[in-house]
Design a binder for this molecule. Structure first.
Ligand code: NAD
Length: 496
């Protein structure tokens, strides 16, 4: 075991800052051992970080798209050069597997930086023209200004990238608050961004609690936009804090994705898809498959297949490349997951596999399948955010779609069928920001990610995300040079 190292409180104006706030220990949830210590930021640090962003905003917003693109291209290169270190940090503070970090988190995030490096040079709007006949109208896309970003602990690096990079591409300066459980890779991102040539003050990071730093950032009058990824309950608080200043808000919140298996589905594909979709990142994924809704004819075979595959998963040391699933993010979170499964079983659901907290250190919880779940059960309705899949059956296609939509959330869903019309109906009628057909989980930089309903609004990734950080301005220029314009009649008439 290596001894914990001291992290900076944040990164402001291109340099590490060390505060004297309350000490916080970042734990490795797979071992329970301390990884790092940090003096947490407070409201005064938020003022300093926002002031730093404001002082950088004008120059960064006025940089040419090509200049911003070049910095982001450099950043992608520097991140690639540091992939190994980033992956190791991501494993150390989350307990995720090294395979997930090296094959998904880090390369996927760098691809996102590459994508926005290109998109920075691709501002879009309506064509300039003389729409009135007497004026030239043109559209300007301008950075919205200083962005306050708040990110969660489940995918710390990827979420930091999603929150920050489109904003930088659009010309915004950013203050980012990561979850204090998982600050390592976000602080490293800020340091590497400075190394890559990002001007001082354009990206500032503060490690602090949500109650102190998150709420101060969301309610700060110097912030022009707040973007938040996290739970629905906190997202609504953040929206209330931002509303005090009428600040623009984007919210990426919780999910409860249905996984609908029709009776003509490829059962093997559905079983593999369900286990992969439910257990990625130990189920701590807002789009994870959580509610399998399966045609009665396939129900028993689906349950058996999923239980068998779940039972073959290697759970343990996340640094070992053979490990399939590491720990959850903290023992407190693991206990919350375990409590939801225990209550479901005592309320009459059938525990098919998993469901027992193992002995020993670390926030481990096994792959868990809970069958015969009632539609009003807590585990069916609320976000579990752990390696837990529930299964229930449906009677016909209408019932399948009704059950899929029977949730306040609307982030992601999948439908499994070989019938093209069923697939199209699912894509059309399931109420979610993403509907996969015969797969569950894949994301791609070119396509948007974001929810409906209690899953929030606005998009991450893709051109849609870039748009979130751009204000649209109409410039309308008189081309007649006439002093007395015909429209003045609506205000006054006659010679003056
Ligand atoms: P959380 O809501 O507890 O915390 C998210 C962030 O908000 C953290 O940085 C936290 O410190 C901060 N925060 C907490 N209280 C705050 C307050 N009062 N004011 C301002 N900020 C505050 O979420 P979490 O537990 O870190 O993450 C898990 C949740 O995130 C799940 O619900 C998951 O579905 C969701 N999530 C959604 C997406 C998406 O894209 N929709 C992606 C990842 C995670």
């Amino acid at each position: 075991m290596s001894s914990p190292y001291a992290l900076p409180t944040g990164w402001i104006s291109g340099a590490a800052v060390r505060g004297d706030g309350p000490a916080h220990t970042v734990l490795n949830p797979a071992t329970g051992e301390p990884v790092a210590t940090v003096a947490l930021a407070g409201a005064a640090d938020v003022d300093a970080a926002v002031a730093s962003a404001r002082s950088a905003q004008n120059d960064w917003g006025a940089a040419t798209p090509a200049e911003r693109s070049e910095v982001l291209r450099n950043l992608a290169t520097v991140l690639r050069d540091n992939s190994g270190m980033l992956a190791a940090e991501e494993v150390a503070h989350t307990g995720r597997t090294i395979r997930l970090a090296t094959e998904f988190d880090i390369p996927g995030s760098i691809d996102n930086v590459d994508f926005f490096a290109g998109l920075a040079r691709n501002l879009e709007g309506k064509a300039s023209a003389e729409y009135s006949g007497d004026h030239t109208s043109s559209i300007r896309r301008e950075p919205v200004g200083v962005v306050g970003s708040i990110s969660p602990w489940n995918y710390p690096f990827q979420m930091a990238i999603w929150k920050v990079i489109p904003a930088l591409a659009a010309g915004c300066a950013v203050v980012l608050k990561p979850a204090e459980l998982t600050p390592l890779t976000t602080l490293t991102l800020a340091r590497l961004a400075t190394e890559a040539g990002l001007p001082d003050g354009v990206l500032n990071v503060l490690v602090g609690t949500g109650a102190d730093v998150g709420s101060a950032l969301a309610g700060h009058a110097g912030v022009d936009m707040v973007t938040f990824t996290g739970s629905t309950a906190v997202g609504r608080l953040v929206m209330g804090q931002a509303a005090r200043n009428g600040t623009r808000v984007q919210l990426e919140l919780g999910g409860k994705a249905p996984f609908v298996v029709f009776d003509d589905a490829d059962l093997t594909a559905a079983v593999h898809g369900a286990v992969a979709g439910a257990l990625i990142n130990a189920g701590q994924d807002c789009t994870a498959a959580t509610r399998a809704i399966v045609a009665r004819d396939l129900y028993d075979d689906f349950v058996d297949g999923v239980a068998e595959l779940m039972g073959s998963m290697v759970v343990g040391d996340p640094t070992d490349p053979v490990t399939d699933m590491g720990s959850l993010s903290s023992c407190a979170h693991r206990d919350k997951v375990a409590g939801m499964v225990d209550r479901a079983v005592s309320d009459g659901a059938r525990l098919v596999t998993g469901g027992t907290v193992p002995d020993g250190p670390g926030a481990f919880y096994p792959p868990t399948l809970v069958a015969d779940v009632a539609e009003d059960a807590e585990i069916y309705r609320d976000e579990v955010f752990g390696p837990v899949l529930t299964v229930s059956s449906f009677s016909d296609d209408d019932d399948a779609i009704r059950r899929a939509n029977d949730t306040v959330y609307g982030l992601a869903a999948s439908a499994w069928t070989r019938d093209v019309y069923r697939a199209q109906r699912a894509g059309r009628e399931i109420h979610a920001g993403c509907v996969w057909i015969n797969d569950h989980i894949p994301i791609i930089s070119e396509m948007p990610h974001g929810g409906f309903g209690a899953s929030g609004f606005g998009k991450d990734m893709s051109t849609y995300s870039f748009d979130e950080y751009l204000a649209t301005k109409h410039v309308m220029s008189d081309i007649t040079g006439v002093a007395e314009k015909p429209w003045h009649r609506t205000v006054f008439t006659g010679e003056r």
